[in-house]
Write a protein that binds this ligand. Structure first.
Ligand code: TYD
Length: 214
């Protein structure tokens, strides 16, 4: 592997409704309380241009993108995000916590849409080049996760394009994440996201504490 692992780079992954935003704020609070600089960000997005690409990806007002288009747009956004936000922050010694990163492309576009892992790995090497020291996988069954996003969607704008996929798509995504976690046990921490949000956040913080040695 030619990816460079960064000690202060942490990513959150998981299916819909796994509680990533609550965990993200808990991790952020933990680091801020220890007087670290923290950059919390998300994918697809994280820069003005990448957020525009996110809009293209999640919008339903044009024809659905081909799987390859979807993958390349994810990586176009990520290329910008890495260069504009993530690397500069890591270089000045900040912690970076990203809500989703390259593992999502392997899970959604790879396992979910059926694109080859080797193609994704090639893009990862050429376009991204970096890897997090720790990835928290918030794992939850598809029906359970859906139940949680339903509540959120009723309150907000309704499901985005990817959230409208069928359960079997999300089953493949979940299996894709779990397979990646199994292949790289030193990087992944799997957190059972069926627990209460407080419990999930507490476990995520415990993993961060161990990583930070703080
Ligand atoms: P978001 O609203 O952030 O979803 P969630 O709250 O579940 O994190 O939307 C991001 C969507 O984009 C989500 O459905 C996962 C998908 N995605 C990919 O398909 N591939 C990727 O590489 C990334 C980063 C996200």
């Amino acid at each position: 592997m030619t990816l460079q692992t960064h000690a202060r780079f942490v990513t959150l992954e998981g299916g819909e409704g796994a509680g990533k935003s609550t965990v993200l704020s808990a991790l952020r609070e933990f680091l801020l309380a220890r007087r670290f600089e923290v950059v919390s960000t998300r994918e697809p997005g994280g820069t003005p241009l990448a957020e525009q690409i996110r809009g293209l990806l999640l919008d339903t007002h044009h024809e659905p993108p081909a799987a390859e288009t979807e993958l390349l747009l994810m990586f176009a956004a990520r290329a910008q995000h890495v260069r504009e936000v993530i690397l500069p922050a890591l270089k000045r010694g900040a912690w970076v916590i990203s809500d989703r990163f390259t593992d999502s492309s392997y899970a959604y576009q790879g396992a979910g849409r059926g694109l080859q892992a080797g193609f994704i790995a090639e893009l990862e090497r050429r376009v991204v080049g970096i890897a997090p020291a720790m990835t928290l996988l918030l794992d939850i069954g598809v029906a359970n996760g859906r139940e949680r996003t339903r509540g959120r969607n009723l309150a907000g704008n309704g499901p985005d394009r990817i959230e409208r996929e069928h359960d079997h798509f999300f089953e493949r995504v979940r299996e894709g994440f779990l397979a990646r976690a199994q292949a790289e046990p030193q990087r992944f921490r799997i957190v059972d996201a069926t627990q209460s949000v407080d419990e999930v956040a507490a476990q995520a913080v415990a993993h961060l504490r161990a990583l930070a040695g703080a």
